[in-house]
Design a protein around this ligand. Sequence first.
Ligand SMILES: Cc1cc2nc3c(=O)[nH]c(=O)nc-3n(C[C@H](O)[C@H](O)[C@H](O)COP(=O)(O)OP(=O)(O)OC[C@H]3O[C@@H](n4cnc5c(N)ncnc54)[C@H](O)[C@@H]3O)c2cc1C
Length: 466
Amino acid sequence: MDERFTRKERICIVGAGLVGSLLSIILGQRGYQVDLIEKRCDMRKEDIPGGRTIAMSLSHRGFEALSLVGLKDYIKQHTVAKSSRMVHLKDGTVHVQEYGRDGQAIHTINRKFINSALLDKAEATGNVNTYFESQCVNLNLDKQELELFNKQTGKCDFRQYDRIIGADGVFSKVANEIAKQEQANFERFSPEYGYKELVIPTDSENNWKLNNKVVHVWPQGHFNLVALPNTNKTFTCTLFLKLNGEISLNTLNDHKLIANFFNKHFPDVSRLIPNYCEQFMENPVSKIYSLKCAPWQYRNKVLLIGDACHAIAPFFAMGMNVGFEDCTVFESLITKLDGDLDKVFDEFSRVRKVDTDAIADLSLQNFTSLGTSDKSNYHLKWQINRLLWNKLNNDWMPLYPMIAFSSIPLAEVRRRSTLQAYLIDKIINEENPSEVTDQWIDYIHTKYIKDELEKKNAYTNGVLEA
Ligand SMILES: Cc1cc2nc3c(=O)[nH]c(=O)nc-3n(C[C@H](O)[C@H](O)[C@H](O)COP(=O)(O)OP(=O)(O)OC[C@H]3O[C@@H](n4cnc5c(N)ncnc54)[C@H](O)[C@@H]3O)c2cc1C
């Protein structure tokens, strides 16, 4: 253990979800004494799902954080790799769009599996005590004191700490307390869309019913169906649709309406999920949330992390990855600031918020993009992007690989992708290409792109290059 970091500060992390558990390992491995408080029961002992959505996509930013605590290889062994998106058209034809290149893939992991592995690792540090069925019901920010309700005894007790970290998700109690302070700015926003999950079972021989190396998308403009492979050879299928309105999650409420809806828009579903009407009726409607807030901390003693301060819509499947990247940033600040947690708490949001705001915006934009991924213009843009990436390497990377396969700061990702999208729109408008060849790419590079990228590089002065 690094001697610089063996301060005996007592830290409480509220929320033993994905981000709180990972952060507790980082702190525990550094020698800090951590209490990890969770309102639900211990998912490793009880037969409960590990929270919402079962199948999660892990990508580069998430793996980077897991490697810090020695869990990357173990977790990777329990994932299913997906290197492309398969777009299903209504007439039964499919388009395959690779996510990256040279075998780059995102990986599906079971939420309960990864959360349980993080909890085991946290306890194994010897410095993290876990408390389940213990809910933070009140918080005194000035005294760093929590009131905890113990669900088993039905009693409350009070505990005081040197520091408190709120990793308690989008409805964070800790964030709500900070929000009561003057000049706090909290924007918790629920888009008009929600989602419902269905499961595609295995076939009669216990095999995958669809290609398991890809994410399946059935785009319909204003609503989409997405299916992710699970390690047990099933798929988790998510329907994103408006919550209210003529065709909406709340109005699809009987077998006939549901059957009509799926037969009209997603005819593949009745073949893949024989009991889709029953599943649809039984499974809950979930809302989507996006949260931007400031400040993320209170007097350098109480801090927010993960969804508690920056929940993002799931259209890039990045919330966990970004929360894990928070932990990477937090860890690097501990090193940089010699373990001075006052400074770390103060600095954290200054360096991080600009990136989480960027991915929140990009995620909302991606819903529209997913919905139009069957359109010919989408495919054309995708092709141009790919060929420019081949030609220019890191000077031109399509948006998805920048998000999923790089560590480029997310605010820089947004800046680059905005410029790239602008240039591609301009090229398509002015050139109206019918075919995309390597020679044509050379031509548009010289005519439209070279100078713009040189201007951009002069502007960023190379500092933000990947
Ligand atoms: C449909 C959908 C699909 C998604 N898919 C992906 C994906 O594929 N990849 C990806 O990277 N991200 C995905 N996400 C986002 C991801 O789920 C979240 O970003 C991630 O769970 C955030 O982790 P967290 O630990 O910050 O919060 P949470 O996972 O919400 O954990 C918070 C924890 O705090 C506990 N808690 C709350 N209040 C209290 C309290 N008062 N006292 C004690 N404990 C408390 C909760 O019980 C919970 O265990 C998806 C989200 C949705 C909605």
